[in-house]
Write a protein that binds this ligand. Structure first.
Ligand SMILES: [Zn+2]
Ligand SMILES: [Zn+2]
Length: 144
């Protein structure tokens, strides 16, 4: 598995690493926080691998799985439910960060489409709508 450096915002840094000072880039650019998906100019970057083991331990790896709609490969680090305690559970709902497809974690924590019942239950979910909106704005910006 390859390590990846991802941006995170000030709030998320403080939430997860209260007792450490972040290393900040001098030349800051606007980034999307990898944890909460908010836009940030924090200039803080973390390696996703160490972040993951810090939060979940090595025995809690979630398999990489492709979005059923667009095929984008995601792991637990990209999922919505990470905001809660960092660890998705079967049946948790998430949104594809690439195409906005709403889906759920299967029993083995790969991604699957929603059942009809789930789709009805999440229709109008404010949190998902907010994420989809934010995602759309990020995509718009990256095209300019
Ligand atoms: Zn954040
Ligand atoms: Zn997708």
């Amino acid at each position: 598995m390859s390590a990846k450096t991802v941006p995170i915002c000030d709030d998320c840094w403080r939430r997860h690493w209260q007792d450490r000072d972040p290393i900040r880039l001098r030349q800051r650019t606007q980034e999307t926080c990898d944890l909460c998906r908010k836009q940030t100019m924090s200039g803080i970057y973390v390696r996703r691998d160490s972040d993951k083991s810090f939060r979940m331990g090595d025995d809690n790896k979630v398999p990489e799985s492709a979005c059923p709609s667009c095929g984008y490969m995601m792991d637990a680090a990209s999922c919505v439910s990470r905001e809660n305690d960092g660890r998705p559970e079967p049946g948790d709902i998430t949104v594809c960060i690439r195409c906005g497809h709403i889906m759920a974690f299967a029993d083995d924590l790969t991604l699957r489409d929603l059942t009809d019942e789930e789709a009805k239950a999440v229709a109008g979910d404010q949190r998902l709508l907010a994420i989809q909106k934010a995602r759309g704005e990020v995509m718009k910006e990256s095209k300019q």
